[in-house]
Design a protein around this ligand. Structure first.
Ligand SMILES: [Zn+2]
Length: 50
């Protein structure tokens, strides 16, 4: 695969397996879900303390 093709693919929005929303392939590969899901997950794991 050419680098330009890979880059174009990296910009391709994919569907988040968790919420079905738009996500980038990078996030799917890194986190397994989109950014909102990742934020929600890290909040539930490490809740903010007041
Ligand atoms: Zn999601």
């Amino acid at each position: 695969m050419e680098i330009t093709e890979a880059r174009a693919k990296a910009q391709d929005p994919v569907e988040c397996p968790e919420c079905g929303g738009p996500a980038t392939p990078v996030h799917i590969v890194t986190w397994g879900h989109c950014r909102p899901c990742h934020t929600a997950n890290s909040r539930s794991i490490q809740p903010l303390r007041w």
